[in-house]
Design a protein around this ligand. Structure first.
Ligand code: SF4
Length: 544
């Protein structure tokens, strides 16, 4: 770390510098484009940053995620120093509370401003630090596009009510946000006449058009130091640090985004649900990791997409599909996390005594362990092995592989939703509590019993076969449900429905599959059940 330490040392404050306005910049708000860093000249600003190893060791996070955060923080600190901001950069073996305490010691009586933390875990640290006398004053997080009132008013929520599986259908919030912001709206109506073009964005990809080669960001000396440190300090962490090429500076994030705008987004919409082993990234912008640490801001990417759609450079269906992800899902998930306190305030959430421990809603009463296949032990199911391999390599795979392969399998098997949530939290470079807990406990596993999703997102082999090329290279036949060589996904699907038939009764969106199941002869149902049990035994017998 010599290179970074030497370069940042020059930005340390002197005695007179305590008069500056001091701002704590967390690991996920690396921006001077909005918020408190924009509110006074650099010469009157000081920032506190920290690397808290206790936080990094809380889970075996993907090595590339640790690399992204360390390199991102260090580059950001140097960027501030270069523009005349004073920087207190702390290294602590402990957690953020230890870092805040040390910062307060250095600053004396001075107060630190902090944008209201996005992560619940950091909010807990801030509260604990305050109780010990650390002076942290929260200011509005201006990176978000919606306010608490936008969400609460939309669903008429009040106070600290427990959500009894009350559906908070995302579409309602998305429409309200489109109307409020005027994004893709004209004369009070959605451009093109519809709010959603989701139905047009479900094409499988069959080899054409070919996605272009993406820019890669070779690590510089600062990033290399951070990566070496990750390899040394976290050898047991998930995934690989090799081939790190994530954007870690604002300039790199902007370059990645420019490329996505010019070369990917036009095709993003039609193929956003497609999965491919040959082209795993297809036309996804892959901007989520940079977006979630604020190297680029949601308002910026939306403004660009609106501009491109207006000029006809991006078809409306692609633009709307992207905007739905950022203005809709991303903001919605953050609010669901807030109002449920990370799913603690939901029926069945079982708030744990330890405030840092995760809530465990499991509406489908699923309690199996996550199989070894998720930790990289090959299972020979090509879809699963292919996606897990990408996640181990990159810390990323796109949303349909997350939902319809990884979450689908765990839900069909009856894996405890918390187990899968913790795995996603560890495995993905863009995962933070506000996004991963809602996405997996809610959307991915139906653990919340229908707060975020109107039905469990589960399927047999037919969906994966239709939307991917995985089945071509698989030892199983996606068209066979039982017998030798049959694809286990289909039997798992019917067995899941049989197991949960009572719980799902009355769910209109599950009525058809339940009727189809009921019509199956007893012998067929028995064969499906046995095939599903054999598949689960096979996955559970593998060890890591
Ligand atoms: Fe996955 Fe089944 Fe297709 Fe194999 S045949 S890739 S297990 S869906």
């Amino acid at each position: 770390m010599r290179e970074f330490r030497e370069r940042i040392a020059a930005a340390q404050p002197g005695r007179a510098d305590t008069d500056r306005r001091w701002i704590y910049v967390p690991y996920d708000r690396l921006t001077d484009e909005t918020g408190p860093l924009t509110e006074q000249p650099a010469a009157e600003t000081g920032v506190v940053m920290m690397e808290a190893l206790g936080k990094a060791r809380r889970r075996p996070y993907h090595k590339k995620k640790l690399g992204l955060i360390l390199a991102g923080e260090r580059h950001f600190a140097l960027r501030q120093a270069a523009r005349g901001v004073k920087v207190i950069y702390l290294f602590t073996e402990g957690d953020h509370v230890d870092g805040f305490t040390e910062a307060q010691r250095l600053l004396g009586e001075r107060e630190m401003a902090i944008m209201q933390p996005a992560e619940r875990e950091l909010r807990l640290d801030v509260d604990r630090a305050r109780k010990t006398g650390v002076r942290l004053s929260e200011v509005k997080d201006t990176t978000w596009l919606s306010t608490e009132a936008d969400f609460d008013n939309c669903y008429r929520l009040s106070g600290s009510q427990i959500l009894e599986a009350k559906p908070l259908v995302m579409d309602r919030f998305y429409r309200a946000m489109r109307t409020k912001t005027g994004i893709l709206m004209r004369g009070g109506k959605p451009v093109g006449g519809r709010f959603s073009y989701d139905a047009e964005n479900r094409r499988p990809w069959r080899g054409k058009p070919r996605p272009p080669r993406r820019p890669s960001f070779a690590p510089d000396a600062i990033t290399r130091e951070a990566l070496e440190q990750v390899a040394e300090l976290f050898p047991e962490s998930f995934g690989s640090i090799e081939g790190f090429d994530l954007p870690v500076t604002r300039e790199q994030a902007l370059e990645a985004w420019r490329f996505a705008r010019e070369h990917l987004l036009a095709e993003f919409g039609p193929y956003e649900d497609a999965m491919s082993s040959r082209e795993p990234d297809l036309f996804h912008s892959k901007i989520s990791a940079a977006l979630n640490v604020s190297l680029i801001l949601p308002g910026e990417v939306i403004a660009d997409v609106v501009k491109d759609a207006d000029k006809g450079r991006i078809p409306l269906a692609s633009a709307e599909g992207f905007i739905r992800q950022v203005l809709g899902w991303r903001e919605y998930m953050r609010h669901v996390h807030r109002v449920t306190d990370g799913y603690r305030k939901i029926h069945g959430g079982h708030p744990p005594r330890d405030p840092y421990a995760g809530a465990k809603p499991s509406a489908l009463d699923a309690h199996r362990k996550l199989p070894a296949a998720y930790w990289g032990v090959k299972c020979g199911w090509n879809c699963v092995d292919t996606v897990v391999e990408q996640v181990m390599r990159e810390g990323w795979s796109h949303h349909i592989t997350r939902l319809m392969v990884l979450s689908n399998l765990a839900t069909l098997m009856g894996v405890e939703p918390r187990e899968l949530t913790d795995w996603f939290w560890v495995a993905y470079v863009d995962a933070y509590d506000w996004v991963v807990e809602t996405n997996v406990l809610g959307m991915g596993t139906f653990g919340d019993g229908g707060v975020t999703a109107t039905k469990p997102y589960v399927s047999g082999a037919a969906y994966i076969h239709r939307m991917s090329d995985y089945c071509e290279g698989c030892r199983f036949d996606p068209k066979k449900a039982t017998g030798e060589g049959s694809c286990p996904f289909t039997a798992l699907y019917w067995s899941f429905l049989e197991r949960n038939a009572e719980r799902l009764e009355g769910n209109m969106r599950m009525a058809m599959p339940l009727v189809t199941l009921a019509k199956k002869p007893a012998a067929e149902r028995k064969a499906l059940r046995e095939r599903a049990e054999a598949a689960i035994n096979e996955l559970e017998s593998a060890r890591y």
